[in-house]
Ligand binder design. Structure first.
Ligand code: ADP
Ligand code: MG
Length: 322
């Protein structure tokens, strides 16, 4: 059902950055310690991710391109306690419907790895091959078979901005993993594994080092950690505000409002503070299913999450005397 796959692809794959997000999240889910992202022409001709994670068996490698083939959910109960980033088993099938995909993967316990090439949902090559442990997945010529979608892609500058946004979100959420990004053979980022504060500085620049105040607040129900930028470090542009719920990047206007109200009276007009805040909460208390691209989320008890975020930011601002 190549057509069904192509239709489903429209939900998951909007632009090269969507491919970047899905592949990086798969590498994180695979418990990688080191992840490389290689991009050509803002991802239009190539998005490649190389990881050192758990890899796949020969069968799993073939299955990974089937729709609803996820190794991450086994029962419908699991849907209510999602811990991994992926859970729909839709991404690789969708991507393979609208691109030329090459997968090389090996589990460290296997002697040989697998090589699979898929084009527009058709398996072209499948063979055993020598390969490094982990997974190396290339997505070439996105929308090569869907000219209407290809023509809707924006300039390389715009598409690359989206790629960088996705890369930064995953890199911020996982400071214990080392990441590198290459665009047209030039190194854009090389981020060693380390603490969150180091990750922030290596992504955004040395001038952030003295500008961060740590946040930490915990109740039996929810925990908030991370950093805010000092008020005098606020910017005129939005875009450097990050919420992660159970390590998943989310947009949340209501929680953004909580941060803004903690800063009230401290910021110049029309400016926004920098923040990277992690919210940990029992997954039974959230619904991440509201949107296919999963950047929105619903909490059972939004008000108490709001209150804890507000309190954590107030405390960070107060205790640092800024
Ligand atoms: P999902 O992440 O929702 O399970 P995907 O289509 O993204 O679905 O991936 C399908 C399956 O392929 C995953 O469940 C996983 O078993 C396997 N897989 C994908 N990428 C990797 C990777 N980098 N390392 C190991 N396994 C992977
Ligand atoms: Mg996935």
């Amino acid at each position: 059902d190549a057509i069904a796959n192509q239709i489903a692809a429209g939900e998951v794959v909007q632009r090269p950055a969507s491919v970047v997000k899905e592949l990086l999240e798969n590498s994180v889910d695979a418990k990688s310690t080191s992840i490389q992202l290689i991009i050509r022409e803002a991802g239009k001709s190539l998005v490649q991710v190389i990881d050192d994670g758990m890899g796949m068996s020969e069968t799993d490698a073939r299955m990974s391109f089937e729709r609803h083939a996820t190794s991450k959910i086994r029962t419908s109960d699991d849907l209510f306690s999602i811990r991994t980033l992926g859970f729909r088993g839709e991404a690789l099938a969708s991507i393979a419907a609208v691109a030329q995909v090459e997968l090389r993967t090996r589990r460290s316990s296997d002697e040989l790895g697998s090589l699979i090439r898929v084009e527009a949902s058709q398996i072209k090559v499948q063979e055993a091959t020598a390969s490094l442990p982990g997974t190396n997945l290339s997505v070439k010529n996105l929308f090569f078979n869907v000219p209407a979608r290809r023509n809707f892609l924006r300039s390389n500058a715009v598409e690359m901005r989206h790629v960088l946004d996705e890369f930064q979100r995953v890199a911020l959420a996982n400071p214990e993993i080392s990441f590198a990004l290459y665009h047209n053979d030039a190194e854009v980022y090389n981020l060693p594994a380390g603490k969150l504060s180091h990750r922030i500085v290596s992504i955004f620049g040395k001038n952030y080092r003295e500008q961060l105040a740590p946040c930490q607040e915990e109740t039996p129900f929810v925990k908030v950690t991370g950093y805010i930028g000092k008020p005098e470090f606020a910017r005129k542009t939005r875009g450097e505000q990050f919420f992660f719920v159970n390590n998943r990047y989310v947009r949340h206007n209501y929680l953004h409002h909580a941060v803004m109200s903690a800063f009230e009276g401290l910021l110049p007009d029309d400016s926004y503070p920098f923040y990277v805040l992690f919210i940990e909460i029992d997954p039974v208390h959230i619904d991440i299913n509201v949107h296919p691209t999963k950047t929105e989320i619903k909490f059972d008890d939004e008000r108490s999450v709001y209150a804890i975020v507000l309190a954590s930011v107030r405390k960070a601002l107060g205790s640092h005397n800024i």
